[in-house]
Design a protein around this ligand. Structure first.
Ligand code: FMN
Length: 423
């Protein structure tokens, strides 16, 4: 898997210890020898496999499955598909699973095939998912999203224009319905500027969805403040041109996020709350803006959350040091990590946890693979969105015993010899 990693710097200093094998190069981490070394007590325990708390929730390890939309919801209805429980239960060895983004209201929807958390039927279906994860020994957080202008009239109630912070459209394409009514990639629609009542309603929807998440058995919620959706649209001075107290100054632009967090706290007492941010990221039609540091650091300093996830792909180490200084809860870093970089970041105190997205696609047992050095499988990128079990629930766990591993290796070698390629 190719990684654009800002965390590589740490490897030179912390690599051998962080990978768990003092005195050896990471490349020497192969499955069989690692098991032998572990039995002989030569391995240094990785910091990733120590417990950590997110508010009232204790996790057995520091490996988070980052939110990933897989577009397999049942439509109409925005219901988790019948395979969702299996998909997430297969990944229950993560310290915490974060779901793909879940719409908090009908107006919040920005993509076809995404789930919601605002109807009784959705809550009942999510209950099946959380139950399966708990039975498998895991913990799962609901990621709550309002897409704002990153939407299309074909996804909105009554075919209305998407609700926007302003009427400035997002220069991005989304999966919605095309002119002929068939699913298609289309340009995001021109949004309509929300009035004060609609902003209040959107904030209340975050609270209502958090209460629904609690009823559905989720262990936590994460507000999606990253990747160009409504929270980031409020933070952005070129999208947010409001003069009603929700725009303008740095505190004005962060107000929506802070009020959404408070709504969640009020509606779901005791439920651990997190926020995900992607400072300086240019995604879903957002550009870099001059005071991105100030606005994010102000928001983070004001947040009263149990955990903060920062996608660090577009920031520098100095910014992350400042985040560490102003944030009071657990810090989850994300974006281009492999196991060694993740362990190094935790060892260095830069992160409390690390979130992996793409690595979890084809490696349902990612923590065990990181612990043992078992090679990671590559995901089939043609099956990320939509479809059924293929590329979703059909990735196997690693072999349970060295003998199984040898058999698997032999099969891989046979397949390569036969020109089949990677299996
Ligand atoms: C298929 C796919 C779907 C994603 N969907 C979401 C999502 O629903 N919510 C979210 O916050 N991030 C989403 N992301 C971004 C990931 O959570 C993560 O931030 C990003 O992939 C960087 O982590 P990685 O380098 O470990 O993959 C998605 C990424 C992928 C690959």
């Amino acid at each position: 898997m190719a990684h654009r990693s800002p965390w590589r710097w740490a490897i030179g200093v912390f690599g051998p210890v962080a990978t768990g094998l003092a005195g050896a190069e990471p490349s020497s981490l192969v499955y069989g020898p690692v098991r032998i070394l572990m039995r002989r007590g030569v391995l240094v325990p990785s910091p990733l496999f120590t417990p950590v708390s997110l508010g009232s929730l204790t996790l057995p390890n520091r490996i988070v499955m980052s939110g990933m939309t897989r577009s397999r919801a049942e439509e109409p209805g925005g219901l988790p598909g019948r395979l969702a429980a299996l998909y997430y239960a297969q990944r229950a060895s993560a310290g915490l699973i974060v779901t793909g983004s879940i719409n908090i209201s009908p107006e919040a929807r920005g993509y076809l095939g995404t789930e919601g958390l605002f109807t009784a039927e959705q809550v009942a279906r999510w209950r099946e998912v959380t139950g399966a994860v708990h039975t498998a020994g895991g913990r799962i957080a609901a990621q709550l999203i309002h897409c704002g202008r990153v939407s299309h009239p074909s996804l909105q109630p009554g075919g209305a224009a998407p609700p926007g912070v302003s009427d400035i459209p997002a220069d991005t394409r989304i999966f919605a319905y095309g002119p002929d009514g068939a699913p298609a990639m289309v340009s995001a629609g021109r949004p309509r500027r929300m009035d004060g009542t609609e902003i209040t309603a959107a904030i209340a929807s975050f609270g209502a969805a958090a209460a629904a998440a609690q009823r559905a058995g989720f262990d936590a919620v994460e507000i999606q403040g990253a990747n160009g959706f409504i929270v980031e649209q409020f933070l952005h001075p070129e999208v947010n041109d409001r003069d009603d107290g929700y725009g303008g100054s740095v505190p004005g632009r962060t107000r929506f996020l802070l009020e959404a967090v408070q709504a969640v706290r009020d509606a779901a007492p005791g439920l651990p709350v997190g926020v995900k941010l992607s400072p300086n990221a240019t995604i879903n039609g957002l550009t870099s803006f001059e005071d991105w540091r100030a606005v994010h650091l102000h928001a983070i300093g004001q947040l009263t959350v149990d955990f903060l996830t920062v996608v660090g792909s577009a920031v520098d180490g100095a910014f992350l040091d400042e985040v560490r200084d102003v944030h009071r809860g657990a810090l989850i870093l994300n974006g281009g990590f492999d196991g060694a970089c993740a362990a190094a970041a935790v060892t260095a105190g830069r992160a409390d946890l690390v979130a992996f997205a793409r690595a979890f696609l084809a490696n349902p047992d990612l923590p065990a693979r990181l612990r043992t050095g078992f090679p990671l499988a590559e995901a089939d990128l043609t099956r990320l969105y939509g479809g059924g079990a293929e590329g979703y629930t059909d990735y196997p766990a690693m072999p349970a015993t060295p003998a199984d591993a040898r058999t698997a290796d032999a099969r891989t070698a046979d397949a390569r010899t036969a020109g089949v390629g990677d299996v």
